[in-house]
Design a protein around this ligand. Sequence first.
Ligand code: ADP
Length: 421
Amino acid sequence: MGLFGKSKKVETAIATLQSEKVKSDIILSSVEDGVVMVDAKNVIQLFNPAATKISGWLAGEAVGLDYKLVLKLVDEKDVAYNEEQHPFARVFQNKTSDRDTAATLVGKDGKHIAVDLSASPLLSQDGNIQGAVCVFRDVTEQRREEKQRAEFISTASHEMRTPVAAIEGYLALALNEKVSKIDTKARGFLEKAHESTERLGKLFQDLLTSAKAEDGRLSSHPIVNEMGDYLEHLTEDLRFVAEKKGLAMEFIVGSASGGTMSDASKLVKPLYYVLADADRMREVVTNLFDNAVKYTEAGKITIGITGDDKVVQFRIHDTGPGIPAEDLPHLFQKFYRVDNSATRTIGGTGLGLFICKKIVELYDGRIWVESTLGMGSTFFINLPRLSSERAIHLQAKEKGQGDSSIITPSTPGTPTTGSIA
Ligand code: ADP
């Protein structure tokens, strides 16, 4: 092939490339989603017109800057994201795509814009990260609608809960032999009505709690709590419910594999201090326990506590039916219920685990489940652990603010990070 032929080929290739570039430029200019590309050094290389429209930064200003200066994000409490929280940072760390549906972008002029961001890594063929691309959209309107919806649910369930509580109370009186005389047939009807009213009351309560959890209005008074004793007492309170269904109940301190503590370690009882609201944590453990009882036909429920110097870990294990692998990632979503014959006959709202997650997150904790179908389920909760010195110091401060370290709420929002041993 002659020189001419070759250059013709190159020309065609250049023309093709240029036309490809024109095409991608057209696409990037016309999409309504903001598109930002950074290189491996976090420097912005591409900033499309929609990104300008949403953020207020011109492409000419943004390109060449570190993304942290341009895509400033804050959470729902207006707290700036730390370095690891940013979707770009997470992509660089994990080399996988990341999504953030709850962020707020601080525009160039300081305006706050609700955004939904997805970031993906740009990987070379040998798997090295070359940069990342972030696509984001303004979701101010959706968030406003969601907030309105949550407010409606919360007002409606609050209003409905009150008469339902009254009906429940009167039905209980009607069923109380010391107060009312009713025949056997009427008792049967009223018992059914009482059961349904209880379920309805629980539904309204769950709806109210989940609506509050979603818009950050869940009341919480975190104080220093020693979880070892706390959980042991709570297990004793719950034991009756498990045994009524014929299930055994066990409380274990220490690692699951190690079983119960050795005689020597029993002498030195570990102190599992955390900063949390004891009433809220009771809600979480009781919810997980109620599920364990509800879904387990036979066997045992084990409540355990263990920890290392950073973390206190709770676990609630059952010998129930287990959970299919495909359902595990969705279990903590609102209204999610595994669709099988058991859940179709066993009542529930699908709100319990969602509420548990929201509460655990209030204390910078994590909740998850490990389960194999047919082999039971174990729900875990990790909470940041306070060293004994830190716990005693904080308790003294709490005492200074009130009379009792148990019932006096400390200032909500007391920092947990940085205080962990
Ligand atoms: P529900 O009101 O349906 O119990 P939850 O949010 O508490 O709602 O739980 C969501 C779903 O997770 C349940 O519907 C059930 O399918 C499954 N699940 C929860 N706990 C267990 C458990 N211990 N064993 C088996 N399945 C469970």
